[in-house]
Ligand binder design. Structure first.
Ligand code: CA
Length: 227
């Protein structure tokens, strides 16, 4: 995954974990701790994507975003812990491209970042980020799943899992690998992976005991098969 990211976050722990995840994915990151520093950075540097915390010292994330939007269309993912911020983001169109609720799993945020970077990369190359399989359509940059044109509710974790598997079509992953990639954890209850696989199958498959899309590689793990 190629890309250059600006992280605007005043909480050092959060920024450091995120940077660690992104560097593992070979994404270049620049970290600043305030909106003012973000604007300064944007005057002299170009980024593919901006991760913007709302609750910042000095000018807040909303004001920062407003100022960014005066001169740039760069993709912005807002990060916020406050529900009233989300109402604002969802209701008033503040110019964000996506948002993530704190506390977030760095694995999930990384998956979203990956999807956005792919979309940005593909729109430069003129290809689409929507895949079709069976009656299904998955828009991996807007996190929308549709069946026969109708939007289907899906949890963020199920979406993360589906995007990750479909991005690596045909490649099988163990529960440990999926837990690491999608959940962003190295240790924990791995059975949550199979629970989410079963949920996804219930949603996607006409016969979840004989899945067409989310397949099992026996003794190893799971893979996605689109066609
Ligand atoms: Ca903050």
């Amino acid at each position: 995954m190629n890309g250059r990211l600006l992280i605007v976050e005043d909480e050092r722990d959060i920024a450091e974990v995120l940077i660690m995840y992104l560097e593992r994915e070979k994404v270049q990151t620049v970290w600043v701790e305030s909106g003012e520093d973000a604007l300064k950075q944007l005057n002299s540097d170009i980024f593919d994507l901006i991760i913007l915390d709302i609750n910042l010292p000095g000018i807040d994330g909303f004001e920062t975003l407003r100022k960014i939007r005066q001169k740039s269309e760069t993709t912005v993912i807002i990060v916020s812990a406050r529900e009233e911020d989300l109402d604002m983001i969802l209701g008033f169109g503040v110019g964000a491209d996506d948002y993530v609720v704190k506390p977030f799993s760095p694995g999930v945020l990384t998956a979203r970042i990956r999807a956005h970077l792919r979309r940005i990369h593909e729109s430069k190359n003129g290809t689409s980020d929507i895949i079709q399989f069976g009656d299904w359509e998955l828009d991996r940059s807007h996190f929308i799943l549709k069946k026969n044109g109708e939007k289907i509710a899906i949890s963020p974790r199920e979406m993360g899992l589906l995007i990750f598997l479909s991005e690596n079509e045909g490649k099988a992953f163990s529960q440990e690998e999926l837990y690491k990639k999608v959940w962003g954890n190295s240790f924990g209850d791995l059975s949550t992976v199979s629970v989410h696989v079963q949920r996804l199958r219930k949603k996607l498959e006409s016969d979840s005991s004989d899945p067409q899309f989310i397949k099992t590689r026996y003794g190893f793990g799971y893979y996605f098969q689109g066609a």
